[in-house]
Design a protein around this ligand. Sequence first.
Ligand code: NAP
Length: 481
Amino acid sequence: MLESSLLGQVRGYINGEWVGGGDDTLPVYNPANGQLLAEVPNMGAEETRQAVESARASLKQPASLEQRREWLAGIAKALTENREEIGRILTMEHGKPLKEGQGEVDYAAGFFSYCAEHVDELAPRKLEEKPRGCDWTVHYRPAGVVGLITPWNFPIGMIAKKLSAALAADCPSVIKPSSKTPLTMIALFSLLHDVVKLPPGKVNLVMGSSGPIGDVLMDHPDVRVISFTGSTEVGKELIRKSADQVKKLTLELGGNAPFIVFDDADLDVAADQLMANKFRGGGQTCVCANRILVHSAVAEAFGNKVKERVNKLTVGDGMEPGTDIGPLIDRSGYHKVRRHAADALEKGATLIAGDVPAPIENDWGGFFPPTVLQGATAEMACWKEETFGPLVPLVHFDSEEQALELANQTEFGLASYLFTADDARAQRMMAGLEFAHVGYNTGTGPTPEAPFGGMKQSGYGREGGLEGLFEFIEPQTVPKG
Ligand code: NAP
């Protein structure tokens, strides 16, 4: 079992108290070695209803902007001070290298700091104009109780994006982490309880069966906003379920990012950026390059640069110093990457680095080598689906028009990347790319200061930046006669 000063209570949290902890539990495993890390309570509909009611009751005690700023800054500080321990817990349950786990804690702290610095944007706004002879004021009211549902791939980063904006808006929340990575969330709650001392009901934690918990969050009339990050499949289910109550949704769903390298690009820069972008979290990120589009004239040279870099990567337990890529989260994640690699090879791609390893038997994680394929095509599964693993399929193109058409050939519209020395071409490409994030000569992903979200089936709503700060707000307009 995982021992930690931040895991004194491995339980849910409702109305300011740790709850749950009976016989009905769910195991949490280390994907690097199958070690049982903890048994967490398998909570359900009844606890979720209690959490919603406790959140609703807390709406009766609104917090001033000053108080919210203090909480947000306090959480940022607590995260920063505990970055090593939270990073360790995160690495143990997710598998990513420790330096990445700790880096993710810094990233999470950045969202709370950003909201603390900008919470004054939510002060009432008086209009300079006086239409209809009235004084007009816009009040930024909290939308009400919010349900925050997060995935396993960024156990602290994803909740930070949502919770920082919810607290800034003064919305109480009911939070559900992924069953694969609940321990990092519990560690966060231990800081919210012991260090920041949020009032009862402001934040509530339920974990366990996603069906019953999700259903209560969707059916309860007091839950006004659901902010969900996860698969497009579950996102669509939530859209359908939200219709009866016209519930507001913020959806951060899957991606299928193109990474486009033109023949005039600096190939070393592009290769270095691809490495940083693609292999973070072992390739299990929504923003990582999934389809690498390379101009035919430089395809071989670029492939060789990528191969050279990939061959230097170390795959292993994220707790081992020197590990670049940890295990994939579970057997099904491993077999998806394996299926994509095998399918591409069968359909004519060439293996230039890595391997297609044997199937695995265990349910917890598996180590997949970083694998590079030349000559992938749009007929292959790795083109059509989000691989979510360390597979790098290089697809060739011959013209700007073709690159744009290929890049947009997906139902997703999250992140994209573009490498060229020609600014006019870059501007044309950006205008045509149907993606909400376009890295231009960089593989960098989201940051707390800028809005991030999806177009098309990657979702709607934004997290980060001023746009994200307003996600849990209902503007109320008051003309005074
Ligand atoms: P997932 O299976 O959709 O699960 C996400 C969360 O939803 C988990 O907490 C899960 O709980 C819960 N859930 C599952 N079914 C539910 C239901 N019917 N009602 C309510 N909640 C439900 O996704 P995942 O495998 O954890 O995450 C990977 C996906 O997330 C990828 O597609 C990735 O692209 C996407 N993602 C997107 C972004 C973005 O910013 N757009 C960021 C990160 C990840 P359980 O774990 O308990 O089942």
